[in-house]
Design a protein around this ligand. Structure first.
Ligand SMILES: Nc1ncnc2c1ncn2[C@@H]1O[C@H](COP(=O)(O)OP(=O)(O)OP(=O)(O)O)[C@@H](O)[C@H]1O
Length: 257
């Protein structure tokens, strides 16, 4: 197995508070790597360092998705996105005033010719190609029957489905999921788990998932890293982490392992 992303010696301080303390992680290509840890452990800070929202004080983030090693520290978020790294936020981010189909077309167009404007057909290489690709992805995600529905009226589960469709339209190599089931009812959580599994069956996309819900972690993850007070305290398979005393201790007080 080869690594698609390595994080080496990353530190991030906020006014003296060590949010990340010498973090080292290797994300294997094709894996579903969960980052878990108590509140305030540094999980969001870690993800922000991967997507260019934050620049580590020291250490390196190296991406191997484009054939050669690339240092991502200091690279702008949109450039990181263009290299094949997509992020899904806790609250699904879709254009609520547009229909499902219009939402799907935007990233398809962006991927085909770099245009983010719905009214810029002139610059798009093939209008038919855009429509075909958008329809294909919506069919895959089980949304094609709702293509003309305004996205603002969708359930949280369907918004998540649409957001994932929009990410997949960019054909990412690495998908970063920040608590993808936060705030969802159990049925929507299970639908999202099934959807992520289905994506894994048909596409070779490595996933990094930050998650509090251990049902989601144990359903999806092949590898788990545990962050506590900015430091990786343990790493292994989900089952190894379940029985690890250091992990139990880190969660004391808010444990659900
Ligand atoms: N922009 C910031 N300025 C100052 N302190 C920050 C900033 N961002 C995060 N922190 C602090 O850094 C620490 C790590 O925060 P972070 O949000 O990364 O943790 P987390 O593991 O994602 O927590 P949660 O599970 O609650 O979302 C916390 O103590 C937090 O208060």
């Amino acid at each position: 197995m080869s690594s698609i992303l390595t994080v080496e010696g990353v530190n991030k301080n906020f006014s003296g508070l060590k949010a990340l303390d010498d973090v080292n992680i290797s994300i294997e290509e094709g894996s579903v790597h969960a980052i878990i840890g108590p509140n305030g452990a540094g999980k969001s800070t870690f993800l922000n360092c991967l997507v260019g929202r934050l620049i580590p004080d020291t250490g390196t983030v190296t991406y191997f998705g484009q054939g050669k090693p690339e240092n991502l520290s200091g690279v702008a978020p949109h450039e990181i996105n263009q290299k094949g790294i997509s992020r899904v936020f806790q609250t699904p981010e879709v254009f609520e005033e547009l229909t499902i189909f219009e939402n799907a077309m935007i990233p398809v167009m962006a991927h085909l010719d770099g245009s983010y404007k719905l009214n810029s057909w002139g610059g798009v290489l093939s209008r038919g190609e855009v429509i075909d690709h958008a329809e294909e992805i919506l069919t895959d995600m089980g949304l094609i029957d709702k293509r003309d529905v305004h996205s603002g009226s969708l359930s949280r589960g369907d918004k998540r489905r649409l957001e994932l469709a929009m990410c997949l339209a960019q054909e990412p190599k690495l998908l970063l999921l920040d608590e993808p089931t936060a705030g969802m009812a159990r049925a929507d959580t299970n639908n999202t788990i099934d959807l992520l599994k289905k994506i894994g069956e048909t596409r070779n996309i490595t996933k990094v998932i930050i998650e509090h819900d251990m049902h989601v972690v144990f359903s999806l993850a092949t590898r788990v890293s545990v962050l506590a007070r900015g430091h990786i305290i343990a790493e292994g398979t989900p089952n190894e982490m379940k029985g690890d005393a250091r992990v139990q201790e880190a969660y004391l007080g808010g444990a659900h392992l």
